[in-house]
Design a protein around this ligand. Structure first.
Ligand SMILES: Cc1cn([C@H]2C[C@H](O)[C@@H](COP(=O)(O)OP(=O)(O)O[C@H]3O[C@H](C)C(=O)[C@H](O)[C@H]3O)O2)c(=O)[nH]c1=O
Length: 350
């Protein structure tokens, strides 16, 4: 692997490492693999911040690259320069409501951006490309017991967001079938935990309740999501990166199915507030009723979630209480100015 040029440090490129799941994955990898070199490629969109990685800025095994995955030339140059061993691809537009209002950017980043990365990964023959996707590509599950998404469930995405992710999954698959690029696709259920951007249901509810504001619940609040602690998700992606068989898909879910109303009431209750804060609002267009994952395949690889929903949500609420400055600055837009000062360059640093 090192071609006789001294000790080779495994180089891992994490795309979208300034975001919620990618950011937690960087923490996981730096702590678990001090001998790896971790690269964080991120364009710092509205949902990204580097405050979460402040303590790593001086680490010699952490490098931040301010790059947009849509920039084919810069991405290709970076791959040729660094010769990554592994790519773990989280970068994506992820918010379903935004995709309903403005689908174009979802096609651009999630589909075309993924193809740019695949091409660069092929050009330098990476050892593994893990594409982090979503259970939403399978579409809508009825409210029936013992009915779960498996890796064989046909793709039937309903929102522009999930259609863009399904399209990128198919492109990743094609690079494996056509060029034998060693890929894995992971499809996770709804994540929650530290550094979750407060546009998503759980952090939105926590921060609204903490500020005594109403929490919007779409429709009757009966839609069901299968909640997974982000650190359990990161451990599963790490396992797939190292142990997943090339070309395979792995579904990652926590077996924690809850209706949205249950989730919001739990948060209100844990924060000692009142259900009067719940405001039923117009439903999301094309709102999928239920997502639920059968995790047998990833469990057979040796993964088990560490967090129950009850302990995970309590920990998460505590995290938001202890990190008010982080989310208040995000909500006020203060971080944007910070990034503009700190990272007003387009180059690899470190
Ligand atoms: C923001 C918001 C949401 N909701 C409902 C809509 C959903 O039924 C549920 C969760 O919504 P959220 O937007 O947090 O997440 P999903 O639409 O399920 O999608 C999320 O989980 C998957 C796996 C991804 O792949 C997405 O990237 C991720 O955003 O709460 C409300 O009732 N009120 C609100 O204010």
């Amino acid at each position: 692997m090192n071609g006789g040029r001294g000790v080779h440090m495994t180089k891992v490129l994490v795309t979208g490492g300034a975001g919620f799941i990618g950011g937690n994955f960087i923490h996981h990898m730096i702590e678990k693999y001090p001998s790896y070199k971790i690269y964080n490629l991120d364009s710092l969109t509205y949902a990204g911040d580097l405050i979460k990685h402040e303590k790593f800025q001086s680490y010699s095994n952490y490098t931040f690259c301010k790059l947009d995955i849509n920039d084919r030339k810069a991405v290709t140059e970076l791959f040729f320069k660094e010769q990554f061993d592994f790519v773990v691809h989280f970068a994506a537009e992820s918010h379903v409501d935004r995709s309903i209002l403005d689908p174009g950017i979802f096609v651009q980043t999630n589909v075309l951006g993924t193809q740019i990365l695949l091409e660069a990964a092929k050009a330098v023959s990476v050892q593994k490309f893990v594409h982090v996707s979503t259970d939403e590509v399978y579409g809508d599950l009825p409210f029936e017991p013992n009915l779960y998404f498996t890796e064989e469930t046909p793709l039937q995405p309903n929102s522009p967001y999930s259609a863009s992710k399904a399209s990128s999954d198919l492109m990743v698959r094609a690079y494996h079938e056509t060029y034998q690029l060693p890929v894995n696709i992971t499809r996770c259920s709804n994540n929650y935990g530290p550094y979750h951007f407060p546009e998503k249901l759980i952090p939105l509810a926590i921060t609204r309740v903490m500020e005594g504001q109403k929490v919007p619940v779409y429709g009757a609040g009966s839609n069901i999501r299968d909640w997974l602690h982000v650190q359990d998700h990161c451990a599963a992606v790490d396992l797939v990166l190292h142990e997943g068989a090339a070309g395979e898909v792995y579904n990652i879910g926590g077996h924690n199915e809850k209706s949205n109303l249950e989730v919001v009431k739990t948060i209100i209750n844990m924060l000692g507030s009142n259900n009067d804060l719940i405001e039923f609002v117009e439903d999301r267009l094309g709102h999928d009723r239920r997502y639920a994952i059968d995790p047998s395949k990833i469990e057979a690889l040796g993964w088990k979630p560490r967090h129950s929903f009850e302990s995970g949500i309590a920990e998460t609420i505590q995290w938001y209480q202890q990190n008010q400055l982080w989310w208040q600055r995000i909500l006020s837009g203060e971080y944007r100015q910070y990034f503009e000062r700190q990272y007003s360059f387009d180059q690899v640093n470190g």
